[in-house]
Design a protein around this ligand. Structure first.
Ligand code: DP6
Length: 325
Protein backbone atom coordinates (compact mmCIF):
# COMPACT_ATOMS: atom_id res chain seq x y z
CA UNK A 1 0.00 0.00 0.00
CA UNK A 2 1.30 3.45 -0.91
CA UNK A 3 2.10 5.58 2.18
CA UNK A 4 -0.56 8.22 2.79
CA UNK A 5 -1.10 11.11 5.20
CA UNK A 6 -2.07 10.32 8.79
CA UNK A 7 -2.66 12.31 11.96
CA UNK A 8 -2.31 11.19 15.57
CA UNK A 9 -2.74 12.86 18.96
CA UNK A 10 -1.02 12.07 22.27
CA UNK A 11 -1.08 13.55 25.77
CA UNK A 12 1.97 14.58 27.75
CA UNK A 13 2.78 12.57 30.83
CA UNK A 14 4.14 13.50 34.22
CA UNK A 15 6.50 11.06 35.89
CA UNK A 16 5.92 10.31 39.56
CA UNK A 17 8.99 8.07 39.64
CA UNK A 18 11.39 9.94 37.41
CA UNK A 19 13.51 8.82 34.48
CA UNK A 20 16.89 10.54 34.81
CA UNK A 21 19.84 8.91 33.06
CA UNK A 22 20.54 6.44 30.29
CA UNK A 23 22.30 3.11 30.08
CA UNK A 24 22.65 3.33 26.30
CA UNK A 25 22.52 6.69 24.52
CA UNK A 26 22.29 5.18 21.02
CA UNK A 27 19.21 3.02 21.67
CA UNK A 28 18.09 5.61 24.23
CA UNK A 29 17.75 2.96 26.93
CA UNK A 30 16.91 4.30 30.39
CA UNK A 31 19.23 3.61 33.33
CA UNK A 32 16.16 2.75 35.44
CA UNK A 33 12.42 2.29 35.14
CA UNK A 34 9.92 5.09 35.67
CA UNK A 35 6.22 5.56 36.35
CA UNK A 36 3.89 8.27 35.10
CA UNK A 37 0.42 9.71 34.67
CA UNK A 38 -0.79 10.54 31.15
CA UNK A 39 -2.63 13.89 31.05
CA UNK A 40 -5.66 14.96 29.03
CA UNK A 41 -4.94 18.67 28.55
CA UNK A 42 -1.35 18.91 27.29
CA UNK A 43 -1.56 17.42 23.84
CA UNK A 44 0.45 17.19 20.66
CA UNK A 45 -1.26 16.59 17.33
CA UNK A 46 1.05 15.43 14.54
CA UNK A 47 0.42 14.89 10.86
CA UNK A 48 2.83 12.89 8.71
CA UNK A 49 2.45 13.55 4.98
CA UNK A 50 4.53 11.30 2.72
CA UNK A 51 5.45 13.41 -0.33
CA UNK A 52 7.29 12.03 -3.40
CA UNK A 53 8.41 15.53 -4.39
CA UNK A 54 10.51 16.05 -1.23
CA UNK A 55 14.27 15.42 -1.15
CA UNK A 56 14.38 15.47 2.68
CA UNK A 57 11.95 15.34 5.61
CA UNK A 58 10.65 18.67 6.90
CA UNK A 59 9.26 19.54 10.32
CA UNK A 60 7.00 22.43 11.29
CA UNK A 61 6.61 22.73 15.06
CA UNK A 62 3.71 25.03 15.97
CA UNK A 63 3.96 26.46 12.45
CA UNK A 64 7.72 27.17 12.60
CA UNK A 65 10.40 25.22 10.71
CA UNK A 66 12.31 23.14 13.27
CA UNK A 67 15.28 20.75 13.44
CA UNK A 68 14.12 17.55 11.81
CA UNK A 69 17.00 15.19 12.71
CA UNK A 70 15.35 13.28 15.62
CA UNK A 71 12.11 13.06 13.65
CA UNK A 72 13.94 11.79 10.54
CA UNK A 73 15.65 9.09 12.59
CA UNK A 74 12.20 7.86 13.68
CA UNK A 75 10.79 8.03 10.14
CA UNK A 76 13.83 6.14 8.78
CA UNK A 77 12.79 3.07 10.76
CA UNK A 78 9.24 3.22 9.37
CA UNK A 79 10.64 3.66 5.85
CA UNK A 80 12.91 0.64 6.34
CA UNK A 81 10.18 -1.53 7.83
CA UNK A 82 7.60 -0.66 5.16
CA UNK A 83 10.03 -0.69 2.21
CA UNK A 84 8.82 2.78 1.14
CA UNK A 85 11.67 5.29 0.90
CA UNK A 86 9.49 8.39 0.66
CA UNK A 87 10.33 11.58 2.61
CA UNK A 88 7.66 13.25 4.71
CA UNK A 89 6.33 16.62 5.70
CA UNK A 90 5.66 16.54 9.43
CA UNK A 91 3.45 19.11 11.12
CA UNK A 92 3.30 19.02 14.88
CA UNK A 93 1.27 21.31 17.11
CA UNK A 94 1.30 21.54 20.88
CA UNK A 95 -1.53 23.16 22.77
CA UNK A 96 0.99 24.12 25.52
CA UNK A 97 4.46 25.79 25.70
CA UNK A 98 7.14 23.74 23.98
CA UNK A 99 10.39 22.93 25.77
CA UNK A 100 9.50 24.51 29.10
CA UNK A 101 9.58 21.42 31.27
CA UNK A 102 6.08 20.36 30.27
CA UNK A 103 7.20 17.10 28.67
CA UNK A 104 6.61 18.21 25.08
CA UNK A 105 8.96 15.55 23.70
CA UNK A 106 6.82 12.83 25.30
CA UNK A 107 3.57 13.72 23.56
CA UNK A 108 5.46 14.71 20.39
CA UNK A 109 7.23 11.39 19.80
CA UNK A 110 4.21 9.34 20.88
CA UNK A 111 2.03 11.19 18.36
CA UNK A 112 4.77 10.97 15.70
CA UNK A 113 5.21 7.19 15.88
CA UNK A 114 1.47 6.56 15.84
CA UNK A 115 1.02 8.88 12.84
CA UNK A 116 4.00 7.30 11.04
CA UNK A 117 2.74 3.79 11.80
CA UNK A 118 -0.57 4.68 10.20
CA UNK A 119 1.00 6.60 7.27
CA UNK A 120 3.35 3.70 6.41
CA UNK A 121 0.78 0.99 7.34
CA UNK A 122 3.33 -0.85 9.51
CA UNK A 123 0.62 -1.95 11.98
CA UNK A 124 2.78 -2.03 15.11
CA UNK A 125 1.14 -3.06 18.36
CA UNK A 126 1.26 -0.70 21.38
CA UNK A 127 4.34 -2.37 22.83
CA UNK A 128 6.25 -1.88 19.54
CA UNK A 129 4.96 1.70 19.29
CA UNK A 130 6.28 2.31 22.81
CA UNK A 131 9.70 1.00 21.76
CA UNK A 132 9.71 3.27 18.69
CA UNK A 133 8.64 6.25 20.77
CA UNK A 134 11.44 5.54 23.29
CA UNK A 135 13.99 5.76 20.50
CA UNK A 136 12.78 9.34 19.93
CA UNK A 137 12.54 10.31 23.61
CA UNK A 138 12.56 8.12 26.72
CA UNK A 139 9.47 9.63 28.32
CA UNK A 140 7.52 9.29 25.03
CA UNK A 141 7.41 5.52 25.47
CA UNK A 142 4.97 6.15 28.34
CA UNK A 143 2.61 8.45 26.40
CA UNK A 144 1.51 5.56 24.17
CA UNK A 145 -0.72 4.51 27.08
CA UNK A 146 -3.33 6.35 29.12
CA UNK A 147 -3.76 6.63 32.89
CA UNK A 148 -1.04 5.17 35.10
CA UNK A 149 1.92 3.81 33.14
CA UNK A 150 5.16 2.06 34.04
CA UNK A 151 8.26 2.12 31.87
CA UNK A 152 10.48 -0.96 32.25
CA UNK A 153 14.25 -0.58 32.44
CA UNK A 154 14.60 -3.78 30.38
CA UNK A 155 17.57 -6.14 30.20
CA UNK A 156 17.90 -7.04 26.50
CA UNK A 157 20.81 -5.33 24.73
CA UNK A 158 18.61 -4.48 21.72
CA UNK A 159 16.20 -2.56 23.94
CA UNK A 160 13.13 -4.52 22.85
CA UNK A 161 12.00 -4.92 26.46
CA UNK A 162 12.63 -1.29 27.47
CA UNK A 163 8.99 -0.41 26.84
CA UNK A 164 6.07 0.97 28.79
CA UNK A 165 2.92 -0.83 29.89
CA UNK A 166 -0.37 0.42 31.33
CA UNK A 167 -0.83 -0.15 35.07
CA UNK A 168 -4.28 1.27 35.69
CA UNK A 169 -6.79 3.18 33.58
CA UNK A 170 -7.50 6.88 34.05
CA UNK A 171 -11.08 6.07 35.13
CA UNK A 172 -10.03 3.55 37.77
CA UNK A 173 -8.44 6.27 39.94
CA UNK A 174 -9.33 9.69 38.50
CA UNK A 175 -6.58 11.87 39.96
CA UNK A 176 -6.16 15.44 38.76
CA UNK A 177 -3.00 17.41 38.02
CA UNK A 178 -2.78 21.20 38.30
CA UNK A 179 0.23 22.48 36.38
CA UNK A 180 1.50 25.84 37.64
CA UNK A 181 3.37 27.52 34.79
CA UNK A 182 6.10 29.73 36.20
CA UNK A 183 8.12 30.47 33.08
CA UNK A 184 6.93 29.86 29.53
CA UNK A 185 10.36 30.43 28.00
CA UNK A 186 12.38 27.39 26.92
CA UNK A 187 14.58 25.94 29.63
CA UNK A 188 18.34 26.49 29.58
CA UNK A 189 19.39 22.84 29.79
CA UNK A 190 17.30 20.16 28.07
CA UNK A 191 16.44 16.98 29.97
CA UNK A 192 18.71 14.97 27.67
CA UNK A 193 21.69 17.21 28.44
CA UNK A 194 20.77 17.58 32.08
CA UNK A 195 20.53 13.86 32.74
CA UNK A 196 23.76 13.16 30.84
CA UNK A 197 25.60 15.84 32.81
CA UNK A 198 24.18 14.51 36.09
CA UNK A 199 25.11 10.94 35.24
CA UNK A 200 28.64 11.91 34.20
CA UNK A 201 29.50 14.27 37.07
CA UNK A 202 27.15 14.12 40.06
CA UNK A 203 28.48 12.27 43.10
CA UNK A 204 24.84 11.68 44.06
CA UNK A 205 23.87 9.98 40.81
CA UNK A 206 24.60 6.41 42.03
CA UNK A 207 22.44 7.05 45.09
CA UNK A 208 19.63 8.33 42.86
CA UNK A 209 19.82 5.24 40.68
CA UNK A 210 19.92 2.88 43.66
CA UNK A 211 16.69 4.34 45.02
CA UNK A 212 14.54 3.89 41.88
CA UNK A 213 13.58 0.19 42.22
CA UNK A 214 12.28 0.78 45.75
CA UNK A 215 10.37 3.87 44.61
CA UNK A 216 8.82 1.96 41.72
CA UNK A 217 7.68 -0.78 44.08
CA UNK A 218 6.22 1.76 46.51
CA UNK A 219 4.42 3.60 43.68
CA UNK A 220 3.01 0.38 42.21
CA UNK A 221 1.67 -0.67 45.63
CA UNK A 222 0.21 2.78 46.31
CA UNK A 223 -1.59 2.75 42.96
CA UNK A 224 -2.91 -0.78 43.44
CA UNK A 225 -4.25 0.20 46.88
CA UNK A 226 -5.40 3.71 45.75
CA UNK A 227 -3.32 4.97 48.69
CA UNK A 228 -2.91 8.69 47.95
CA UNK A 229 -0.65 9.45 50.92
CA UNK A 230 1.77 6.70 49.98
CA UNK A 231 1.82 7.91 46.37
CA UNK A 232 2.48 11.45 47.60
CA UNK A 233 5.47 10.30 49.66
CA UNK A 234 7.10 8.46 46.81
CA UNK A 235 6.21 11.09 44.20
CA UNK A 236 7.70 14.01 46.11
CA UNK A 237 10.66 11.88 47.18
CA UNK A 238 11.53 10.83 43.64
CA UNK A 239 11.24 14.39 42.28
CA UNK A 240 13.38 15.87 45.06
CA UNK A 241 15.99 13.09 44.75
CA UNK A 242 16.22 13.67 41.00
CA UNK A 243 16.73 17.39 41.54
CA UNK A 244 19.23 16.73 44.35
CA UNK A 245 21.32 14.60 41.99
CA UNK A 246 21.11 17.32 39.31
CA UNK A 247 22.00 20.08 41.81
CA UNK A 248 25.16 18.17 42.67
CA UNK A 249 26.24 17.82 39.01
CA UNK A 250 29.29 19.86 38.04
CA UNK A 251 28.36 22.50 37.10
CA UNK A 252 25.18 22.19 39.14
CA UNK A 253 21.81 22.17 37.39
CA UNK A 254 19.29 24.46 39.02
CA UNK A 255 15.95 24.18 37.26
CA UNK A 256 13.96 26.02 39.92
CA UNK A 257 12.91 29.66 40.13
CA UNK A 258 11.83 31.47 43.31
CA UNK A 259 8.20 30.77 42.39
CA UNK A 260 9.01 27.04 42.21
CA UNK A 261 9.93 27.06 45.89
CA UNK A 262 6.97 29.24 46.79
CA UNK A 263 4.74 26.65 45.12
CA UNK A 264 6.34 23.82 47.09
CA UNK A 265 5.62 25.80 50.28
CA UNK A 266 2.02 26.31 49.18
CA UNK A 267 1.59 22.57 48.63
CA UNK A 268 3.03 21.86 52.08
CA UNK A 269 0.55 24.35 53.57
CA UNK A 270 -2.29 22.60 51.75
CA UNK A 271 -1.08 19.26 53.08
CA UNK A 272 -0.98 20.65 56.64
CA UNK A 273 -4.58 21.72 56.15
CA UNK A 274 -5.49 18.14 55.22
CA UNK A 275 -5.76 18.67 51.44
CA UNK A 276 -4.84 15.58 49.39
CA UNK A 277 -2.18 17.06 47.09
CA UNK A 278 1.50 16.59 46.31
CA UNK A 279 4.01 18.19 43.96
CA UNK A 280 6.38 16.95 41.31
CA UNK A 281 8.86 18.93 39.17
CA UNK A 282 10.62 17.99 35.94
CA UNK A 283 13.54 19.58 34.10
CA UNK A 284 12.12 23.08 34.32
CA UNK A 285 10.63 25.51 36.88
CA UNK A 286 6.95 24.50 36.54
CA UNK A 287 5.32 22.69 39.47
CA UNK A 288 2.79 19.97 38.83
CA UNK A 289 0.44 19.29 41.70
CA UNK A 290 -1.30 15.92 41.77
CA UNK A 291 -4.50 15.82 43.79
CA UNK A 292 -7.72 13.95 44.45
CA UNK A 293 -10.62 15.32 42.38
CA UNK A 294 -12.35 16.83 45.41
CA UNK A 295 -9.22 18.90 46.15
CA UNK A 296 -8.82 20.27 42.61
CA UNK A 297 -10.55 23.64 43.08
CA UNK A 298 -8.87 24.35 46.41
CA UNK A 299 -5.44 23.47 44.98
CA UNK A 300 -6.00 25.68 41.93
CA UNK A 301 -7.07 28.61 44.11
CA UNK A 302 -4.01 28.27 46.36
CA UNK A 303 -1.55 28.00 43.46
CA UNK A 304 -3.01 30.90 41.49
CA UNK A 305 -2.38 33.19 44.50
CA UNK A 306 1.42 32.61 44.34
CA UNK A 307 3.57 35.43 42.92
CA UNK A 308 5.24 34.44 39.67
CA UNK A 309 2.63 31.92 38.58
CA UNK A 310 1.73 32.86 35.00
CA UNK A 311 -1.10 30.43 34.50
CA UNK A 312 -2.56 27.14 35.63
CA UNK A 313 -3.42 24.19 33.42
CA UNK A 314 -5.91 21.93 35.16
CA UNK A 315 -5.67 18.36 33.83
CA UNK A 316 -7.39 15.08 34.37
CA UNK A 317 -5.76 11.79 33.51
CA UNK A 318 -6.04 11.14 29.83
CA UNK A 319 -6.08 8.37 27.22
CA UNK A 320 -3.19 6.88 25.29
CA UNK A 321 -2.20 7.89 21.77
CA UNK A 322 -4.89 7.72 19.10
CA UNK A 323 -4.90 7.99 15.33
CA UNK A 324 -7.36 10.62 14.14
CA UNK A 325 -7.36 9.72 10.50
C1 DP6 B 1 12.68 15.01 34.04
O1 DP6 B 1 12.30 11.83 27.91
O2 DP6 B 1 12.92 14.27 27.69
O3 DP6 B 1 10.88 14.70 32.51
O4 DP6 B 1 15.05 10.39 26.47
O5 DP6 B 1 16.73 12.23 26.43
O6 DP6 B 1 14.50 12.55 25.31
P1 DP6 B 1 15.25 11.88 26.44
O7 DP6 B 1 14.71 12.52 27.79
P2 DP6 B 1 13.23 12.92 28.23
O8 DP6 B 1 13.45 13.03 29.81
C2 DP6 B 1 12.41 13.24 30.72
C3 DP6 B 1 12.97 13.59 32.05
C4 DP6 B 1 11.98 14.03 33.09
C5 DP6 B 1 11.51 12.86 33.94
C6 DP6 B 1 10.52 11.93 33.31
O9 DP6 B 1 9.69 12.35 32.47
O10 DP6 B 1 10.55 10.75 33.69
Amino acid sequence: MKPSAATARAGANIALVKYWGKRDPVLNLPAAGSLSLTLDQLETTTTVVPDETLSADTLALNGQAADVSRVSAVLDRFRRQSGHAVFCRVESNNNFPTGAGLASSASAFAALVAAADSAFATRLDDRALSEQARLGSGSAARSIFGGFVEMAVGTRPDGSDAVARPLLSAEAWPLEVVVAVVDEASKAVSSTKGMNQTQATSPYYPAWLGQVPEDLQAARSAIAARDFEALARVGEGSALAMHASALAARPGLIYWRPATLALIDAVRDLQSAGVAAFFTIDAGPQVKVVCLPEAGQRVAAALSAIDGVQRLIHCRLGPGVRVLG
